[in-house]
Every structure is written in structure tokens, then in C-alpha cells.
Write a protein that binds this ligand. Structure first.
Ligand code: TYD
Ligand code: MG
Length: 454
């Protein structure tokens, strides 16, 4: 009989320590250890059975089975999945509370009228789900709702209903009665996922797991879960904003490069098939400190609006704050401006914000951030209908970026008639693009910018 012993498990990465510690030595997170019971095999009972050799097979001899994906009613969702839901796969959908995960999944399955779906909710009552379904306004006779948190009961219900798609909302609320730790802990989440995975693989049924994310943006507790599941998607956007991005973090059946774009409306989410300018506010043209740039998201280019504010600091060490943009990269851009353009920012507070509540990691936004800082410093608006595409090097050179052709054409299509790009990329451009202003470094850029803007 296995005995139980108390151990401390990091809720961020699953690292096990025999004693409580304040900081995880594996993932460096603070205060993440929780006591959990773990079964230990008595010593001396190690398996003595001799295993027989298994069959390894040449890759050339493996016969590939065609996967028939389940097409979801939203193309934005299908594209991110790599063409639809793969039978037997486990998909984890993470996002902040209230961002619209339950809405997205419920709305998707309500629209799938010919598939039997089981929607297990450990968070909301049947009544709440019914109200949401009414708000979304789609009737469906094939969607079963089950409010339960005990995984053994859930599996039993799955076996009796035999759904073709299973939804678990959320993975942090379900728990196994065989474990003493509370729901949401690493061991519970792993065990419940393992049980669901066993079922999913055996009966080739896809399972969508909804998960919450913690303040660092990781799917709370089960970072370890990301290894087990086949695909991990993040649903993100600003709570006060209408747009939502569905972004893959991992996908065994498709690219992690594509994003899906939705808009939250009164009757649920609407897919946005032409999202080029959704992140622009349209309110700030003609103001100083506002610059436009592009980010490449898979096969798409999105225009972004960058807002900077440079002001005199009242403190001895000025503030540097960035929202939606990497703060170290922002510091680097400020340093390049000081050193290569000679602007004195050492006594200035500097703030940068990306409109629309998204996080930008594309370095092609560097030049737009630089332009917005310079514009705010001089309190002079940037020229109209102008956008900035380029990566910044420490020496002040404007470096090439990927898919320049696509970015410039999209900017042109959306009415940007002047596009600053790296001089190194001028020859890569299509003849159809127009208004391109090649610049080699920040000095060249400043000279041309002010000539343009008078
Ligand atoms: P929800 O799906 O409950 O978020 P999550 O499951 O990620 O926690 O979404 C909740 C938010 O969405 C809530 O603040 C209300 C809003 N909402 C709408 O604006 N329109 C709608 O039609 C629905 C169903 C929700
Ligand atoms: Mg929810």
C-alpha cells in the first residue's frame, strides 16, 4: 500500500521540496509553495519484473493516418488551431478572468449543431450559463451542460453521455477525490488533466480546457500542464477594450504564428476578418507623442498606435514606465535617443503606452517608439498619415525587419502615405508600394522627419 507524505510543491512550475521555501530554486517565483500530500511507494518494493523488448519502427515505414479535423464555426479559431480541432487532442485556453474565454467556447460549441458537446462548468451555475447562451442568442439541442467539480463524476458522465467534444471550464476548479490537496494545485490539475487525456486519446475526443492566468501571464498553477496538453492558446486584450486576440503559445497541430481576432459585443464575440487597423484609436491624430507602427502577427500585419509622454521630472531619478512594450527595450531606445540624437532625457520622466491593450514584442515597432518619444520631447506632432517600421540598433542604425513588403502594403492600404523604413530594405519592396522613405540611422531619420514635418 502506498503511503502518503507531505511535500511542498511550487504552484508555478511543479518543483517539489521536502520543506517550505519562500523562493522556488527552479523557476525563481516567490511564495509559490503549497503543502500537498504525495503517495510514496514503500522502499524495497521496486519492480523486479524484467520487461520484454518493445517494437521500434522505422519512420519510413510508419503509415500516416489522415486526421479529420473538426471544423469550428469560426475561421479565426480554425486558423489558429491549424485548420480545426484535432480528435483526441487536449487544448488549453488561458486568459485573465472576464476576458471572454467562457463566452468564446460556449458560443463556438452552440454554433456546432451537428456535434454532441458536453460543457462542464465548475464556475457557473446552469442558470448563469443559460443566461449567457440567451445573450449570445443561439439555440442548440446538442449541447449538454453539467455543473460539477469532481473529476471522477465528470468522467462517469462523459462515459454515459458520449459527447464528441468536451469542455472543462475551468481546469482549476476540478479535483479528484483521491487526492487530498485542494483544487487548482499542481497535483490536482495534473491528475485531472491526465484522466481527461486518457479518455480523449482512447475515444479520440477533443477536450478544451479553460484555465486562468496569474499576474505574470502564466496559466496559474499548471505551468507544468503546458507540457501535457497538445496546444496552448492565450486569449488576451484589455478588459476595457472590445478587441480580443487568440494567440497560440504551443500547437502540436499547427503554427504558433497565427492569431485570431475577435470583438466583444453585446451578443457575444464577433470575428474580425480584416483586423489591420483595429488597434488604432483614431482619436489622437495631430497630437504630439503619437506615432504609428506595424506588428507582424502570423500572416497578418496590424497597425499599432504608440503614445509617449516626456515631461520634466520632479524626482532625482526620473520615472520610466512602459505599458504593452518591453521596459528594457524602451530604456534602450531612450539611451539611443540621448546618445545618438543628443536629446537630454536624464531629467525627464518617460512613459510609453501601446493603445488597444496588447503587448508588443515585435522589434519592428522600435522606430515608431523612437518617433513618438522625439515628438513628445519637442511637443510637436508627427507628420500626418505617416508610419514607422524599423528595428533600432545600439549604434543608432535602423535595421531591417521581416515581411517589409507586407507591412508597407498594409500601411498603404490603410491610408499611410509616408512609411519610414530601413534603407537596407528599399530594394526588397514591391513596385506597388508607395510613399516609402528609407533611412539609414537615427540622425538621417531625424533630419528627414523634421524636413517632412517642417
Ligand atoms: P466571460 O466569458 O465570462 O470571461 P471568462 O470566462 O474569460 O472569465 O466573459 C465575461 C465578460 O464578457 C463580461 O465582463 C461580460 C462580457 N460579455 C459581453 O460584453 N457580451 C456578451 O455577449 C457576453 C456573453 C459577455
Ligand atoms: Mg469563465
Amino acid at each position: 500500500m502506498a503511503k502518503e507524505k507531505a511535500v511542498f510543491v511550487c504552484q508555478n512550475c511543479g518543483y517539489i521540496s521536502p520543506k517550505w521555501v519562500g523562493k522556488c530554486s527552479n523557476c525563481n517565483s516567490w511564495n509559490s509553495f503549497i503543502e500537498e500530500m504525495q503517495s510514496v511507494e514503500p522502499k524495497g518494493l521496486k519492480s523486479k519484473t524484467q520487461a520484454t523488448a518493445g517494437n521500434a519502427i522505422k519512420i519510413s515505414e510508419i503509415r500516416r493516418r489522415e486526421i479529420t479535423r473538426i471544423k469550428l464555426p469560426y475561421d479565426e479559431f480554425n486558423r489558429v488551431l491549424g485548420g480545426g480541432l484535432v480528435p483526441g487532442s487536449l487544448v488549453l485556453l488561458g486568459g485573465e478572468p472576464g476576458i471572454g474565454k467562457s463566452t468564446l467556447v460556449l458560443q463556438t460549441v452552440l454554433n456546432l449543431k451537428d456535434q454532441k458537446v458536453l460543457y462542464v462548468s465548475g464556475e457557473e451555475s446552469e442558470n448563469q450559463i443559460k443566461l449567457r447562451a440567451e445573450r449570445i442568442g443561439i439555440k442548440n439541442d446538442n449541447c449538454y451542460i453539467y455543473t460539477e467539480t469532481n473529476i471522477e463524476k465528470i468522467i462517469a458522465t462523459i462515459k454515459s453521455i458520449e459527447p464528441q467534444i468536451i469542455i472543462i471550464d475551468s481546469v482549476q476548479t476540478v479535483a479528484s477525490a483521491d487526492l487530498t490537496s485542494s483544487p487548482g494545485t499542481v497535483s490536482q490539475v495534473r491528475e485531472c488533466t491526465r484522466l481527461l487525456q486518457e479518455y480523449a486519446k482512447e475515444f479520440e475526443i477533443p477536450v478544451i480546457l479553460i484555465g486562468h492566468i496569474n499576474k505574470d501571464g502564466d496559466i496559474a498553477g499548471p505551468m507544468s500542464l503546458e507540457h501535457i496538453v497538445d496546444a496552448v492558446f492565450q486569449f488576451e486584450g484589455d478588459n476595457n477594450h472590445y478587441y480580443r486576440l487568440l494567440r497560440p503559445k504551443k500547437n502540436r497541430f499547427g503554427s504558433t504564428y497565427e492569431i485570431g481576432v475577435f470583438e466583444m459585443q453585446n451578443y457575444g464575440l464577433k470575428e474580425i476578418t480584416d483586423p489591420g487597423n483595429i488597434l488604432l484609436t483614431g482619436e489622437n491624430t495631430g497630437l504630439s507623442g503619437v506615432a504609428y507602427g506595424t506588428i507582424g502577427e502570423g500572416s497578418r500585419t496590424l497597425m499599432i498606435e504608440i503614445q509617449s509622454l516626456i515631461g520634466n521630472s520632479v524626482y532625482s531619478s526620473p520615472q520610466r514606465t512602459s505599458t504593452g512594450f518591453d521596459s528594457r527595450r524602451f530604456q534602450m531606445i531612450l539611451a539611443v535617443i540621448e546618445k545618438r540624437l543628443g536629446l537630454n532625457l536624464s531629467q525627464k520622466d518617460a512613459f510609453v503606452n501601446i493603445a488597444g491593450g496588447i503587448k508588443v514584442s515585435d522589434t519592428a515597432a522600435d522606430l515608431a517608439v523612437l518617433a513618438s518619444v522625439v515628438s513628445s520631447y519637442y511637443d510637436k506632432p508627427l507628420p500626418e498619415n505617416t508610419c514607422f517600421v524599423g528595428e533600432l540598433g545600439l549604434s543608432g542604425q535602423i535595421r531591417p525587419v521581416s515581411f517589409i513588403d507586407k507591412r508597407v502594403s498594409e500601411a498603404n492600404r490603410l491610408g499611410f502615405t509616408n512609411v519610414f523604413i530601413s534603407a537596407a530594405q528599399k530594394s526588397e519592396l514591391d513596385k506597388k508600394t508607395s510613399g516609402v522613405i528609407p533611412v539609414s540611422d537615427v540622425r538621417d531619420f531625424a533630419a528627414k522627419l523634421f524636413r517632412k514635418g517642417n
